[in-house]
Every structure is written in structure tokens, then in C-alpha cells.
Design a protein around this ligand. Sequence first.
Ligand code: SF4
Ligand code: SF4
Length: 117
Amino acid sequence: MSNVAILYCKNIKDHSCIACSKCYKGMDEKNGEFAMHDDIQLVAMTDCGGCPGLAVPRVKLLSEVTGNLARPIDVLHLGTCMKLAMETAGCPIDYEDLKVTLEKKFKVQVVLGTHSY
Ligand code: SF4
Ligand code: SF4
């Protein structure tokens, strides 16, 4: 069982990707990057902190809250929305830098992407 948290793009969620329904389906079907898990327990889902890229303080808060609730994050997925934002929409986040920082600071595995629909 993996304790999974998801960050979504604040600009995309509920605009071009509605209500996170694709990620919920993806988790059920182990679609896309969710295929790496045998079982998924979703412990948190929130936005990236917004432009110009406040993901580190966001994940700090997220780690504190989930830790306090005794549901610490094992794997943090950056949603497919964030992946698309980085690849096609001028997102200021540098994924490789962010991954190294988050994994070192918060002892979580960081994965780029979620569903593939
Ligand atoms: S890719 Fe996933 S996390 Fe991002 S907005 Fe769509 S359903 Fe939500
Ligand atoms: S473009 Fe990037 S920094 Fe801006 S809201 Fe989306 S994921 Fe966050």
C-alpha cells in the first residue's frame, strides 16, 4: 500500500481538467504513472502553490499535515496537469530541480505525471 499525494496545477484544475475526475479514475485503474503502485491510499491532493512556483513551501505544509495525521506521504505525484504545464504552457517549475529538492527535504519519492487519458 502506498500513501500517495497529488499536486495539481492551480491554473488547470477545474478549468481544462474538471474536478480531478481523471486522476480518481486513473487511481482506480492503475493507469499511467499510477501503474507503479500495487495499492493506493490517497492521503492528500492540493495545488502546486501557484505561479511562479511555490511548490516547496506547499509540500512542506502538506508533509506536516499528513505526518500529524499519521498518514505520511510515500509518493508524491505531480499531476499530468503539471507535466503539461511544464511542457507546453510556460510553467516556471524546473522538474529535475524540484524533484531533487523535495526528495531530499521531505523524504518522499517524487513522480512526474499521473493518468494518461
Ligand atoms: S491531471 Fe489529475 S490532478 Fe491534475 S487537474 Fe487533472 S485530474 Fe486533477
Ligand atoms: S503553471 Fe506551474 S507553477 Fe503555475 S500554477 Fe501551473 S503547475 Fe503551478
